[in-house]
Design a protein around this ligand. Structure first.
Ligand code: ZN
Length: 244
């Protein structure tokens, strides 16, 4: 593996959308690495609400833990308008959220995570961050092929060779479900982090911030809301193992 003194495994760049998963990933990175920066992507999402949550979540994490406040560095925003323009998806066009003929939901944006990590690596190259962190998950991933562990670890190898620097891709949520994601949040930041996620993060595909539930804001019926609500219910039911 190529190595370079300018790129460090102690500095992480978190793909941060302002949603529940990437917020837990950000807290996870802040509890592990010496320096952490965030990057968000604007690819013409029909709803900008998730992106608007980003600042509030970052401020909330800073207020939660002085050590995290010291580690959290700048936020970066990358505009990728072409991604929305070239793909036909319910997230960027007026297409119904449903199962497509290819067996994938119409929310699938082809190649999205490949592009996100490649852009993040280009940014990490400049910022000296050798660890790229994302909230992808094979457990409740709707079958998105670019969320698979094999996809992302193969990509990390391609990026490392293609940029001649040692990059790793870390996905702390890869093998856990939405209920366990809430447990992980509690382990990382206690009830205060769980509360921050409920109040300030956004998952709803319809961009609904007018209905508040015990698991947060959302329409309550789109696939993202159903996943979030179902996971929260199982988390509150307390049937999951917690670390001592
Ligand atoms: Zn929803």
């Amino acid at each position: 593996m190529p190595t370079d003194t300018n790129i460090t495994a102690a500095k992480a760049l978190v793909l941060f959308s302002g949603g529940q998963d990437s917020t837990v990933c950000l807290a996870w990175a802040l509890s592990r690495y010496g320096e952490v920066e965030t990057v968000g992507f604007d690819y013409g999402q029909a709803h900008h609400i998730e992106l608007e949550c980003r600042d509030k979540v970052r401020e909330g994490l800073i207020a939660l833990n002085p050590a995290w406040a010291e580690k959290l560095g700048p936020d970066h925003m990358i505009a990728m308008p072409e991604l929305g323009a070239i793909s036909d998806t319910a997230l960027t066009r007026d297409v119904a959220i449903e199962m497509g003929e290819n067996g994938l939901p119409t929310t699938f944006v082809p190649g999205r995570n490949l592009l996100f990590f490649t852009y993040a690596a280009a940014l990490g190259y400049r910022r000296g961050a050798g660890v790229l962190v994302g909230g992808m998950c094979e457990t409740d991933y709707s079958g998105y092929p670019d969320c698979r562990n094999d996809t992302l670890q193969t990509l990390a190898t391609a990026i490392t060779f293609g940029m001649d620097r040692g990059f790793s891709i870390e996905t702390p949520l890869m093998w856990i479900d939405k209920a366990a994601t809430w447990v992980l949040a509690e382990e990382l930041g206690g009830a205060a982090l769980v509360d921050l996620i409920i109040r300030e993060t956004h998952s709803c595909y319809r961009g609904d911030r007018s209905h508040f539930h015990d698991w947060g804001y959302g329409c309550g019926s789109c696939p993202a809301c159903e996943l979030r609500a179902g996971g929260y219910e199982r988390y509150k039911a307390g049937s999951l193992p917690r670390k001592a």
